[in-house]
Design a protein around this ligand. Structure first.
Ligand code: FPP
Length: 244
């Protein structure tokens, strides 16, 4: 993607993506669902590279929701195997590109055999400063909020008056990162599906009919060009924004 066609000073700091449509892609191609996920991991590779090149600060990908545990066992196993394979094959390149990988969500629910790879990539890339790639695994926005509240209640040191919006943001899985400026959803569904509920309060939404395995850098560029036409007001009036 040529940076020229985009206004580099108006890029989102944080992009979040609901990667939907792998199953539909597989069906369209008369393939088993897992082939859709496999092609989906190619899209992950392309989009991560592109975001890094553009200088995006944070990219958050919804890879597996808390609800996805209800899928057929074989599909869950295949997705977990794909994740391990992705970590093994991409870790070095991600590190060389100065990308910090953070797995977010309730990691205690992940199968034991996935955890060593998850821990390894987080440790190995943990000090990188070029971009943060959050991979949401066993994640839901409500669960993120509930885990934060449970930790606060268990800790007992926090006073009610300490709990400001900034403080609460710092208790969530995305602590220390800016909220997403842009939320992309592929494959046309008009839902947020329990993703980053607190963090997307003021995100611009971009929904495309393109299925995730077909989503590439051209589609990302289209989303970014669309984002650059938006007038973000954060609840203020046009006049306040002009004078602000
Ligand atoms: C939604 O498509 C996608 C998922 C539940 C899994 C997303 C996983 C990947 C893109 C690959 C692995 C990820 C990484 C980070 C390597 P769906 O199955 O709900 O599609 P459908 O709605 O068309 O059935």
């Amino acid at each position: 993607m040529g940076k020229g066609q985009l206004q580099t000073e108006k890029l989102p700091r944080h992009i979040a993506i609901i990667m939907d449509g792998n199953g539909r892609w597989a069906k369209q191609h008369h393939l088993p669902r897992i082939m859709g996920h496999r092609r989906g991991s190619e899209s992950v590779r392309e989009v991560v590279r592109e975001c890094r090149q553009l200088g995006i600060e944070a990219l958050t990908l919804y890879a597996f929701s808390t609800e996805n545990w209800n899928r057929p066992k074989a599909e869950i196993r295949a997705l977990m195997a794909l994740l391990k394979k992705f970590i093994r094959s991409e870790m070095l390149e991600l590190h060389q590109n100065n990308i910090r990988v953070k797995m977010i969500g309730d990691l205690s629910k992940l199968p034991e055999d996935v955890m060593p790879a998850v821990r390894e990539i987080m440790d190995f890339t943990g000090n990188n400063t070029g971009m943060t790639l959050n991979v949401a695994l066993s994640y839901s926005g409500r669960d993120d909020i509930l885990r934060a509240i449970r930790n606060l209640v268990a800790d007992r040191r926090t006073k009610a008056s300490d709990i400001t919006e900034d403080f609460f943001s710092s208790c969530l899985d995305t602590a220390g990162q800016p909220d997403p400026d842009l939320l992309i959803r592929t494959s046309g569904e008009l839902r947020v599906s329990n993703f980053l509920l607190w963090q997307i309060a003021y995100s611009e939404l971009y929904i495309t009919d393109v299925l995730w395995p077909d989503f590439g850098k051209k589609d990302l560029a289209k989303a970014l060009r669309d984002f650059q036409t938006r007038r973000r007001r954060f609840g203020l009036t046009d006049e306040q924004m002009r004078n602000g």
